[in-house]
Design a protein around this ligand. Structure first.
Ligand SMILES: Nc1nc2c(ncn2[C@@H]2O[C@H](COP(=O)(O)OP(=O)(O)O[C@H]3O[C@H](CO)[C@@H](O)[C@H](O)[C@@H]3O)[C@@H](O)[C@H]2O)c(=O)[nH]1
Length: 488
């Protein structure tokens, strides 16, 4: 190949790249300036907001506005999750806490499920949607997934860039949920650099360990993802992590010094009084036909909440219930109503397995229902149940199941998969929950707690769960995140 042919190939490429760079530079978004903080005016509040003054933030505005009637928010935060905001409770709690202390929030993510009603009510929080990758191009097929993944990432880069640069004003801080890491961390780094925004990474888990569940831990893409997460995750102003064990791993893997910020339940999760429980069980369509039996302890109410992802093996729970049903034929065990709440990719697969078990009469004394509830009904269901089940296996070993935190907030003891490093940071064996590491182990827990004499242990675990639930999100959040963001 001669020089002329090489030039013929590379000149158009160089032209396209330089044009793209020029367009990128001349369309760069506005930068953050301390001299131009975000402001809130009285005209931002409607009549409804005036009536709901605590939730809308009008009460805060009245207390803190300047003499000219303007509230200058010296803390402003873009909160970013490349996922469904309504199913990202921790990022919603961050938003509510920042807003509750007078910070202005742009909450950026997908807008599939309803967000928490307090977020909708707050004039300190703007919810900004990221454009979705067309659902027709989503697939579970391994080969198609590898082919479509680059296209999806390209779409995500553009839609994230547009949402963070143009749909939201420049903020002092950007708080990014990780995972998903690709392309979130890289896009966030670029935008923070150009907008003079300080980046904070909130580590819920690792993107590479979740990818490894699908592709295997030695796959080149998993290695690339590990490298990427270290490179783009480390160069931030600050980091939060959901467990002490995760902080240690971040330090040893990538020299990242993260502040531990454990999940804790917000105030809408709380134990119910006997009267509230009776009312709720009769009111909720899923439980009302069984309410009298649940109250008489003839039926036990089990609840598991999930995003129906690959890190939760529901066949283990189904297998344990089949064995429990068999044992019930010869022993006087109570019936079970299991309600599984949540939305996610593997739901259809498990629903067909449940149908098969019912059709083959393998669950005679057991009823299994699935549901997606409003945040307040979800909290009340946990408060009304006898035992919570967590099947979270933890892809990294150091992330913790948020559902268990919800359960403790509602005073619900937990039986959960315990064979991972961080489990003990959340659940204390025999005090507020029971761990299991196999189907047999779960059967043993169910038989012990629901069988003869199990009452006493269940009551003790409930007391432990109530005690654990007394540690609340706001108390955990303020000295760590509130302090970092300069909120008082
Ligand atoms: N409103 C509502 N929310 C529900 C329902 N069912 C489940 N949820 C929400 O879905 C969450 C459970 O989703 P998972 O995806 O199973 O979460 P997890 O494994 O328990 O924990 C996740 O978050 C942690 C960080 O906060 C991560 O560390 C962990 O890896 C995981 O991503 C619950 O905490 C709850 O907020 C419902 O019916 N209604």
């Amino acid at each position: 190949m001669d020089w002329l042919s090489i030039l013929e190939i590379f000149l158009p490429i160089a032209l396209v790249l330089s044009t793209a760079l020029t367009v990128f530079i001349i369309t760069l978004p506005e930068q953050y300036s301390n001299f131009k903080p975000r402001v809130i005016l009285d005209s931002d509040f409607t009549d409804v907001d005036h009536k709901d003054s605590h939730r809308s933030g009008h009460a805060y505005f009245q207390r803190h506005k300047d003499a000219d009637g303007t509230l200058r928010c010296t803390t402003s935060v873009q909160i970013v999750v490349l996922g469904d905001i309504g199913r990202s409770p921790r990022m919603q709690y961050h938003a509510l806490s920042i807003a509750g202390h007078g910070g202005k929030v742009s909450l950026v993510g997908y807008f599939d499920s309803d967000v928490h009603p307090d977020i909708k009510a707050s004039r300190f929080i703007d919810v900004v949607a990221i454009a979705r990758f067309p659902s027709a191009l989503q697939t579970d097929n391994k080969i198609l997934f590898l082919l479509l993944a680059p296209l999806k990432v390209l779409h995500q880069i553009l839609s994230l860039y547009v949402a963070l640069s143009y749909k939201t004003p420049a903020s002092k801080w950007m708080l990014v949920q990780n995972p998903p890491s690709i392309p979130t961390l890289a896009v966030a780094q670029v935008i923070c650099f150009f907008r003079k925004t300080k980046l904070v990474v909130d580590w819920h888990n690792f993107g590479y360990s979740i990818l490894a569940l699908r592709l295997g831990s030695t796959h080149p893409l998993v290695r690339l993802s590990h490298w990427y997460e270290g490179v783009f995750g480390s160069n931030a102003t600050a980091h939060f992590a959901v467990s002490n064990a995760m902080c240690k791993v971040l330090l040893s893997k990538w020299n990242i010094r993260a502040l531990p910020l454990h999940d804790r339940p917000p105030m809408h999760f709380r134990p119910l009084s006997a009267l509230q429980r009776t009312y709720f069980l009769h009111m909720l369509p899923e439980t009302s036909p069984y309410a009298s039996d649940i109250l008489a302890r003839k039926t036990r109410l089990l609840v598991s909440s999930t995003s129906w992802t690959a890190d939760e093996d529901f066949s283990l729970l189904l297998g344990a219930l089949v064995t429990y049903a068999e044992l019930s034929l010869t022993q006087p065990f109570p019936k079970i109503l299991l309600v599984i709440t949540g939305k996610g990719p593997q739901k259809a697969h498990y629903l067909s397995r449940i149908t098969h078990l019912n059709e083959t009469d393998q669950l005679p004394s057991i009823t299994i229902l699935t549901a997606w509830l409003t945040p307040s009904d979800y909290a009340s269901l946990l408060g009304s149940a006898d035992l919570g089940i967590s099947l979270h296996t933890s892809s990294s070993g150091v992330d913790l199941p948020m559902k268990v935190v919800d359960m403790f907030g509602a005073g619900l003891p937990v039986a959960g998969w315990s064979k991972f490093e961080a489990w003990g940071e959340l659940v204390r064996e025999g005090e507020n929950g029971r761990g299991f590491g196999s189907e047999k182990g779960l059967v043993k827990v169910l038989v012990e707690l629901f069988g003869k004499g199990g009452e006493v242990e269940l009551a003790k675990l409930k007391e432990g769960a109530i005690r654990e639930g007394e540690k609340r999100w706001e108390g955990e959040w303020m000295p760590v995140a509130g302090k970092l963001f300069g909120l008082t």
